[in-house]
Design a protein around this ligand. Structure first.
Ligand code: HEC
Length: 114
């Protein structure tokens, strides 16, 4: 009986843990399928390609560097808060100091921003 109670008590913890695993797997899938290609073709030339100078001291090649931010901002990417993340403002060209990628005809499409 005690074992059963323990199992029932632990169930939410276990299920919640599973949720996190699922969320992470989903995130990684989305990243591989949709985001990696955009970052590679639109950002890496200036933000972390091997052998090239990293612009704005902002390296996009690892999760740690991404979370660390660049020369002016440490809130480039605030997990779960796109509204507070400079990267979102920058790719939408909402702040004239940060319009990324900087060339007008390289701008991301609406779908890519989504
Ligand atoms: C042609 C080069 C180039 C490309 C391509 C480029 N950037 Fe940048 N980025 C810069 C430069 C230069 C800076 C430094 C600030 C400035 O001069 O505007 C910068 C700064 C930034 C910053 C601010 C970092 C900080 O803390 O100051 C962010 C965020 C950023 N870029 C995101 C991106 C993203 C996301 C992409 C791709 C969608 C991208 N950039 C593509 C050149 C580029």
């Amino acid at each position: 009986m005690r074992l059963l109670l323990t199992a029932v008590a632990l169930l939410p913890v276990l299920l919640n843990g599973q949720d996190k695993v699922d969320q992470r797997a989903q995130g990684e899938r989305l990243f591989s399928l949709k985001e990696r290609g955009i970052l590679e073709s639109k950002c890496l030339a200036c933000h972390g390609e091997k052998g090239k100078k990293v612009k704005g001291e902002f390296n996009l090649t690892t999760r740690n560097d991404l979370l660390k931010g660049g020369e002016t901002a440490d809130d480039v990417l605030v997990p779960f808060h796109p509204d507070k993340s400079l990267i979102m403002t920058a790719i939408q060209w909402k702040d004239e100091d940060y319009e990324m990628p900087p060339k007008e005809n390289d701008r991301l499409t609406y779908e890519q921003i989504e």
